[in-house]
Design a protein around this ligand. Structure first.
Ligand SMILES: [Mg+2]
Length: 268
């Protein structure tokens, strides 16, 4: 994995005069990771940069988050960009609305699991269950360290039978466990779906995808884009499908600024 700014001189030429599709994860990428999801706020500067980029004709923006669509739209609060929530299960943009169809049976299963987890995690301080409609997240960032194994054990005991019967899927992230519908749909799939639509809208003129993300779930997107766009991991470098890294959300802000400068023709 390479430090993106070290290679900037070569990369910026690649970006010049290109139609760019910028895919951005939210938590840990645009907003620093904080103790509880509702505190994870995007800085004014980054919000401004996204808003400016979204007005540029040669640039399309999509926020791809694990949060529920309603939540991510609310927290970013900008119009004219694409939002995808629940790791791609929900997509919305001015002219498209897509929600993955899940069976009534899956919804009933999710309900049962939620009730069960509520009861069983009740005694563990600061374990937090987030109902995201099509999925459930169990956050344990604020749980006492010694209780974390207990949270994981309870989680696995609760879901194991549903998991082996293929009624649900499980994903793990940063201090979060997640229950999802039992089919293959991830950030990689949603990125390809959006990219194909954009390519079609532009009559197959080239679209250059850039993806920025910080977590395990972003690896699916890095993987599908590794040979056709720019993939950027946010955080300390580690084994990943991403080719480049940026150290933190501040550097992401700097990167967005540079993209804006290129797009506005200020950089030569
Ligand atoms: Mg993230």
């Amino acid at each position: 994995m390479k430090n993106l700014f070290k290679y900037w001189d070569d990369l910026k030429d690649k970006l010049n005069n290109k139609y760019i599709m910028l895919f951005l994860d939210y938590d840990g990428t645009l907003a620093p990771i904080v103790s509880t999801p509702e505190k994870a706020l995007i800085s004014k500067e980054v919000k401004y940069l996204i808003s400016e980029l979204s007005k540029i004709p040669n640039c399309k923006l999509a926020i791809i988050s694990g949060r529920a669509l309603k939540d991510i739209k609310n927290i970013v609060g900008l119009k004219g960009i694409i939002y995808s929530g629940n790791h791609g299960l929900e997509i919305e943009r001015p002219k498209i609305k897509f929600e993955s169809q899940v069976s009534a049976r899956y919804k009933a299963t999710l309900e049962l699991i939620m009730e069960d987890l509520k009861k069983r995690l009740y005694s563990i301080k600061n374990a937090f269950i987030e109902d995201k409609g099509l999925s459930l997240s169990i956050h344990y960032r604020l749980v006492d360290k010694k209780d974390i194994p207990k949270v994981k054990t309870i989680f696995h005991e609760t879901i194991i039978l549903y998991l082996v019967r293929n009624k649900i899927k499980v994903k793990t992230g940063k201090m979060v466990l997640e229950i999802r519908p039992p089919y293959e749909w991830d950030k990689g799939k949603v990125v390809m779906w959006l990219l194909a639509r954009q390519q079609f809208a532009l009559k197959d003129n080239g679209v250059f995808p850039i993806y920025l993300g910080d977590d395990v779930t972003d690896e699916d997107a890095f993987n599908v884009l590794k040979n056709r766009g720019m993939t950027i991991f946010v955080g300390k470098p580690k084994p990943s499908h991403a080719r480049y890294y940026l150290k933190n959300t501040d550097e992401v802000g700097e990167f967005l600024k540079r993209i804006l400068e290129i797009q506005e023709g200020k950089l030569t």
